[in-house]
Write a protein that binds this ligand. Sequence first.
Ligand SMILES: O=C(O)c1ccc[n+]([C@@H]2O[C@H](COP(=O)([O-])O)[C@@H](O)[C@H]2O)c1
Ligand SMILES: Cc1cc2nc[nH]c2cc1C
Length: 347
Amino acid sequence: MASLANILRQIAEPDTQAAQKAAERLDSLVKPLGSLGRLEQLAIQLASIRGNQPLHFPSKEVLVMAADHGVWQEGVTPSPQVVTAIQAVNIVQGKAGVSVLARAAGAQVTLIDCGIIGPDIPGTLNHKIAQGTGNIATGPAMTREQAESLLIWSAERVIAKAESGLSLLAVGELGMANTTPAAAMVAVLTGAQPAQTVGLGANLSPDRLAHKISVVEKAIAVNQPDPSDALDVMAKVGGFELVAMAGAMIGAAAAGIPLVLDGFLSYASALAACQIAPALKPYLIPSHLSAEQGATLALEALGLTPYFDLNLRLGEGSGAALALPLIDAACAIHNEMATLAECQIEL
Ligand SMILES: O=C(O)c1ccc[n+]([C@@H]2O[C@H](COP(=O)([O-])O)[C@@H](O)[C@H]2O)c1
Ligand SMILES: Cc1cc2nc[nH]c2cc1C
């Protein structure tokens, strides 16, 4: 296993010349200057990541990280814990929201079991760290060693996939109760109060919100995570799938491929990943604004503006999968539109 420092060293700055070339090409196309709005900025960002390679993403993966959470015991979610295992099966069998949306976008779905309670699940990639995390309301989610080795394992897997042809990665997650550790991570990493980062998750009854906030406050008080040490924050108040997503982000940047974010849980992971590796930021592509309370705060802390807001809060990578056609569209305008000159238009 490589060291984290070694992986971080592989993250290159995006290619400013390629970005400049793409910007010039977009300005020459048969349209009023800038009229394709943020699609143009997206094409420029993608070009800066692709460098000399054609602006095209033939091989896309939606990577779903899944695990269970000890804090489920605190009554912070209405979902039975076994839904994590059941829905993992649905995802790999092509029946879940993310499966359908990824299929429509021409992307493959991979589900990594980082710690789902129960036996190994056929069709998933098994990397169980434990049968769920520790309960963050009473102690750490995992050890620092577990967090670091999972982060590195996840980054290395993405690097290996990119070496065998993967050109674009979208992340997603699955884990009953995981909006609780994610809210704790976002609070600690941004300095916000838990009351600003805790939301209703997957339909928690609003009269249980105050309890969920108190669980996050307790998790922070009991574990005392160090806000300047994202690995400490993830180990103490995070979750296996949240660490694995952060690792995938680091791996994508190290491999020079774009990484599409999903919802609130991916924002929490991105905040941690960006603290560990600030150089990965230019590789991140937001998709949607999650409906979870705290989503705007987390995205603002990341300095990212989402591309769409459909009131989604499914997770699984569903919003990230929905952004893939937008990415193809940004490439297509850059590659296929005629120029003003070809059409004898002078502006
Ligand atoms: O993606 C989001 O923004 C999002 C917001 C709320 C809930 N979820 C999904 O719902 C589960 C967590 O919700 P909860 O209420 O059990 O903490 C987990 O499996 C997530 O994929 C996802
Ligand atoms: C059915 C179901 C599917 C999910 N997918 C992500 N979180 C979920 C929570 C539930 C309850």
